[in-house]
Design a protein around this ligand. Structure first.
Ligand SMILES: NC(=O)c1ccc[n+]([C@@H]2O[C@H](COP(=O)([O-])OP(=O)(O)OC[C@H]3O[C@@H](n4cnc5c(N)ncnc54)[C@H](O)[C@@H]3O)[C@@H](O)[C@H]2O)c1
Length: 261
């Protein structure tokens, strides 16, 4: 049994965008729970740094992957199956977040963000589904954001319609989760979603001003900042047999801010 609770013993998990940040936190915890992990990351330097950070925790491979490119996603899934035999779990964590530009109101930019944050999750889901259907067992966890529920953020600084690409793609991921869950449930596959509040990753430190972090934290019930490891237990629940009858759900983990029904 692995160092953790062994709740994912022997399961094969593809975790997208796991070279750093929240995805890396998931990778660490999944290895501790006995899973074999595929670090599916676009940025090679991050992929390698992520692999260094999880060294010794269990079986893991790095596969350079662009989730917005259908061929790259399919190749990642094939490489995972070749290495470990099948795919049991997909964590759709990768997104354009660290370099998001809320001032770009071009249509091209909206398409770019959508192609990664929303279409990328669908493409990866399509790629893993045949393996999960065949074994009548699978777990997909999509990553949304508290931004999906924050309609007044970012501040309305445009005279016309602003750019909400990040927020609307994250809201789209909540809906995608329900459609995927409805279709895949009959094959023993659950699909759920985690919507984190502001979490203290390198990306957040770059994107969110320190003053804003304090303000947002002050508005939460818990009055404390979230770290990546604070999210990992929920991902393990969704990915394990404990979550067998939980599907189509979005769990907001933000210390008590949005509290949607
Ligand atoms: N940190 C937060 O406060 C926060 C809050 C809510 C939701 N989220 C979401 O959690 C996830 C991780 O956030 P993070 O803070 O770790 O951000 P991050 O930017 O550090 O991590 C995202 C990772 O995805 C990778 N990536 C980007 N495009 C990719 C692509 N096309 N194919 C494969 N990999 C790609 C990046 O290289 C990066 O390593 C994202 O989906 C983000 O939107 C973050």
């Amino acid at each position: 049994m692995a160092a953790g609770g062994g709740r994912l013993d022997g399961k094969v998990a593809i975790i997208t965008g796991s070279g750093q940040g929240i995805g890396l936190g998931y990778a660490k915890r999944f290895l501790e729970e006995g899973a074999k992990v595929v670090v599916a990351e676009l940025d090679e330097a991050r992929g390698k740094a992520g692999m260094d950070a999880i060294k010794g925790l269990g079986e893991a491979i790095y596969v350079r992957t662009d989730i917005a490119d259908p061929e790259s996603g399919e190749a990642c899934v094939k490489a995972a199956a070749d290495a470990f035999g099948t795919i049991d779990i997909l964590i759709n964590n990768a997104a354009l977040y660290h370099d998001i530009d809320n001032t770009d109101v071009s249509y091209e930019y909206l398409q770019k963000v959508t192609s990664v944050n929303q279409h990328g999750a669908w493409l990866m889901g399509r790629a893993v589904a045949p393996y999960m259907v065949k074994q009548n067992w699978g777990r997909i966890v999509n990553q949304s954001s508290g931004a999906a529920y924050s309609y007044m953020f970012p501040p309305m600084e445009f005279t016309g319609l602003g750019n909400y690409s990040y927020s609307i793609t994250k809201w789209g991921v909540v809906g995608l989760t329900k459609f995927m869950a409805a279709q895949l449930g009959q094959y023993g596959i659950t699909v759920n979603c985690i919507a984190p509040g502001i979490t203290m990753t390198e990306a957040t430190k770059k994107v969110v001003p320190e003053m804003f972090l304090d303000g947002m934290t002050g508005m939460t019930a818990m009055k404390q900042r979230l770290e990546p490891e604070d999210l990992a237990g929920a991902a393990v629940f969704f990915a394990s047999d404990d979550g067998k009858f939980c599907t189509g759900q979005t769990l907001v983990i933000d210390g008590g801010l949005a509290m949607p029904a």
